[in-house]
Design a binder for this molecule. Structure first.
Ligand code: C2E
Ligand code: MG
Ligand code: MG
Ligand code: MG
Length: 287
């Protein structure tokens, strides 16, 4: 309801008469409070990257996804779903997104220097960030200032981002690919389905959206969708990763259908860097 109230408040013209609605007032105050808190968050170093492991079908560690967290001084840990939409609306996503790129590259470089780099570190970028004319330069800056080897950096895009302006997308992807960066298509299957562009874009990986994984193996429809995405990705020469894998039964089903990579709570939640490094040591020792 709060969202509806905010939407109405934004779209209603100045002369529109409205009943006084206390819940709308609260929602607006809440939003502007969160917005000014978010301004502080960057300067105050309240943002953090968590890392979630990605495994191959042999249960070997192949990579990680960097996921943004906000450690709010009063509210505690705020998940990205609660502040990224606000950051997108206000434009704060631009400095935040730049910080994410720089922080991810710093961490990647540290792992590379320590000689225990992952095959890939995946980073999410937002549509607004990706559409910036200097996006490629921002990535180059993050790589240069950290000294990270770009061949282990993967950027996650979504279908809607890509389709929004295919020519611009293609141009940027090609420039970044020349640096050695690879690309994953996140949340695959949830956006506007236009399969034609899949072969036009220099993609390396498809991530099956977790909504299709949730009801495996019982849901016949989701089973067919997952199988079809795996077959299509494999046929197109793309690696296919299932996200949101929570149960052994889901993993087993996916494995039977030749899914190549896995990410989800079954293996680990996203972890702060120190805990993530501990988990990696345990996984390495278990081999
Ligand atoms: P996403 O990129 O699709 O990330 C996967 C989300 O699924 C993450 O949520 C992750 O914690 C969650 N997840 C992982 N395994 C499981 C599982 O087994 N079950 C379930 N139910 N969920 C699982 P999170 O961290 O809350 O992030 C939500 C979304 O916020 C991300 O979706 C991504 O779109 C966005 N996001 C996260 N970090 C960043 C960032 O640095 N920049 C931008 N622009 N967006 C980000
Ligand atoms: Mg992602
Ligand atoms: Mg996803
Ligand atoms: Mg996403």
């Amino acid at each position: 309801y709060a969202d509806v109230a905010m939407y109405q408040a934004k779209t209603a013209g100045r002369d529109t008469l409205r009943f006084y609605d206390p819940s709308m007032q609260t929602a607006l105050e809440e939003r502007s409070q969160l917005e000014s808190d978010l301004h502080l968050a960057l300067a105050d170093e309240q943002l953090q990257l968590y890392y979630q492991v990605q495994l191959n079908d042999q249960q070997q560690l192949i990579g990680a996804e960097a996921l943004l967290r906000w450690q709010h001084p009063q509210r505690g840990l705020v998940p990205p779903g609660q502040f990224i939409p606000l950051a997108e609306e206000t434009g704060l996503i631009l400095p935040i997104g730049q910080w994410v790129l720089q922080q991810a590259c710093r961490q990647l470089a540290a792992w590379q220097r320590a000689g225990n780099a992952l095959q890939q570190l995946s980073v999410n970028v937002s549509a607004r960030q990706f559409r910036q004319p200097d996006f490629v330069a921002q990535v180059e800056d993050a790589l240069a200032s950290s000294g990270a080897d770009p061949t282990q950096l993967m950027i996650e895009l979504t279908e809607s981002m890509v389709l929004d302006d295919v020519e611009d997308t293609l141009h940027k992807m090609q420039a970044l690919r020349r640096l050695g960066i690879s690309f994953s298509l996140d949340d695959f299957g949830t956006g506007n389905s236009s399969l034609a562009y899949l072969t036009r874009l220099p993609l390396d990986e498809l991530k099956i959206d977790k909504s299709f994984i949730l009801n495996l193996p019982h849901s016949r429809n989701d089973a067919i969708i997952a199988q079809t995405i795996i077959a299509m990705a494999t046929g197109l020469g793309l690696r296919v990763l299932a996200e949101g894998v929570e149960t052994r039964a889901q993993r087993d089903f996916l494995q039977q259908h030749h899914c190549q990579a896995y990410q989800g709570f079954l293996f680990s939640r996203p972890l702060p860097q120190a805990e993530f490094d501990q988990l990696r040591q345990q996984l390495a020792a278990a081999v």
